[in-house]
Design a protein around this ligand. Structure first.
Ligand SMILES: [Zn+2]
Length: 218
């Protein structure tokens, strides 16, 4: 992917190669706040980057005409350890519950640190502690501001037979990339805002730099 957050290069606008569902297995989930649900976890063959991405079918995902879909990029520190430097953990938890209410999918994408990887993300945190924002830190490491690519996400949706989605996201780049990959974004549904003293600078950078539509307090 290009180092630029926008615009998406025209070369991306192509229907991705076909992938297929490999397995589907039922997994009960329980979160630290006590909330529980049961999801169908899908694995795939033929994903473009060869990574082990997952789709979670939640609620009545087979019964809705246009499922609610959240592409969630892996964040080990936030999703697993509850890091407060970002809002990924609360975003993931919220997304699962909201998707469960309406029926849809969470796509768990293995592109840590906006695609630069876990160690580089932690290196970027160290630079942020010296005063850079999250995007400047990536550039200082010689990486793109956002290297995420949603080709595998579009492939998974195609393999699941999903042509149109209601996209649970505040990130305009996700909507743009998915549309160019042939997924019809019928509606964009905003996420909740999970603000804290530890992540406010990060969230503000997302809004100011890449046009995230988060409604942050002034
Ligand atoms: Zn995170």
């Amino acid at each position: 992917m290009s180092a630029d957050a926008s615009p998406v290069p025209a070369a991306v606008s192509a229907v991705p190669p076909a992938a297929a569902v490999r397995t589907k297995v039922r997994v009960p989930l329980r979160f630290s706040d006590g909330w529980e649900t049961t999801v169908d976890v899908f694995t795939f063959t033929g994903l473009a980057d060869g990574k082990e991405h997952l789709a979670l079918g939640i609620g009545d995902y087979e019964g809705v005409a246009v499922p609610l879909v959240r592409p969630h990029s892996e964040c080990l520190t936030g999703d697993v350890f509850g890091s407060q430097r970002c809002d990924c953990g609360p975003q993931l938890r919220e997304a699962l519950e909201r998707i469960g209410e309406r029926g849809g999918y969470l796509l768990y994408l293995r592109q840590e640190g906006r695609g630069i990887g876990l160690y580089a993300k932690l290196d970027a945190y160290a630079l942020q502690d010296d005063g850079l924002d999250t995007y400047e830190a990536n550039r200082a490491l010689g990486r793109g501001e956002d290297e995420r690519d949603y080709t595998a996400a579009a492939q998974m949706l195609n393999a699941l037979g999903v042509a149109a989605i209601r996209l649970l996201s505040d990130n305009p780049d996700k909507a743009r990339q998915l549309a160019q990959l042939g997924t019809q974004v019928a509606e964009r549904v905003p996420t909740g805002v999970h603000i804290s003293d530890a992540n406010v600078r990060y969230l503000r950078a997302k809004v100011e730099h890449t046009g995230h539509t988060l409604a942050l307090p002034a």
